[in-house]
Design a protein around this ligand. Structure first.
Ligand code: SAM
Length: 258
């Protein structure tokens, strides 16, 4: 079983992520973003999507794990056209110390920055991003929460040819740290238990936006998902908001300008 294949086909929706980054950057800056760094890039699927969007787009992916970067090279980068491949670079480095050119956009998706447990570590990360951004630069993050986020639970979702299982195995209310896993079960019964393992601190939105401002960002705004009037479910459209809904589980974006 190839865990990265199943991850990409259950967790990630890079087209929607990049749609949001492109349109939000254009809206707030009045011109398109061209250079992007994908922090915690894993297989660099988002960076690959970026270089495919426009012939002037450039991308850098940063990840600590050489094996996941190699998988990205062999699968995602290998599928790019030669001119796209020239505009993407993968760095095997720590996001806090990685030294990169000045960028229009840095993004950290799928809550990867929740690995930082202390405020000082998170602020050190946000400060290093601030330095990597050019004067018009913007940091895009996602975040999750809601009253079920702090609950020990297992959720299953049917995907194409397999079942994706998200497990919040433990949550410690004293330090807000949680142990999560992703498991996969193929339609033929093959199991991949604990394919991915995350030990995170469940940060709240005010903590995140306050730390961004403390790190030196000039603004840190929450983009909340709208509701489809017919189904009552999220409509996939995220807009700048001051008030959210007290849902059981929500995912939103945080957008911070240098
Ligand atoms: C949740 S995955 C995210 C994959 C992908 N970005 C996504 O959105 O689905 C987290 C990734 O962060 C990497 N990672 C963890 N700590 C890191 C650090 N300090 N610097 C760079 N990468 C790190 C791990 O190797 C792993 O590939």
């Amino acid at each position: 079983m190839d865990k990265h294949y199943y991850y990409q086909n259950s967790v990630q929706c890079v087209e929607a992520e990049i749609d949001f980054v492109e349109s939000t950057y254009q809206l707030i800056k009045g011109h398109p973003a061209r250079s992007l760094r994908e922090d915690f890039c894993g297989t660099a699927q988002t960076a690959c999507e970026w270089v495919q969007r426009h012939p002037s787009n450039t991308a850098i992916g940063v990840d600590l794990d050489p094996l996941v970067l190699q998988w990205g090279e062999n699968n995602n980068l290998a599928a790019l056209a030669p001119d796209q491949l020239q505009r993407i670079e993968l760095l095997n480095d720590d996001v806090i110390t990685a030294s990169t050119q000045q960028l229009d956009v840095v993004l950290a998706m799928n809550f990867s920055y929740f690995i930082f447990m202390q405020r000082s570590q998170m602020i050190a990360y946000f400060s290093s991003v601030l330095e990597a951004l050019n004067t018009d630069g913007v940091l895009f993050l996602d975040a999750f929460g809601g009253y079920e986020a702090a609950k020990e639970l297992r959720e299953e979702r049917e995907c194409d040819g397999f079942i994706y299982i998200w497990e919040q195995a433990s949550f410690n209310p004293i330090n807000s740290q949680m142990q999560c896993y992703i498991h996969f079960v193929l339609d033929d019964g093959t199991r991949m238990d604990k394919a991915f393992d995350y030990y995170w601190r469940l940060w709240t939105l005010p903590e995140i936006t306050e730390m961004l401002i403390e790190a030196g960002f000039s603004s840190a705004e929450v983009y909340w998902e709208g509701t489809d009037a017919e189904t009552g479910e999220g409509d996939g459209i995220y807009s700048k908001s001051e008030v959210g809904t007290a849902d059981a589980g929500w995912v939103c974006y945080v957008v911070a300008e240098k």
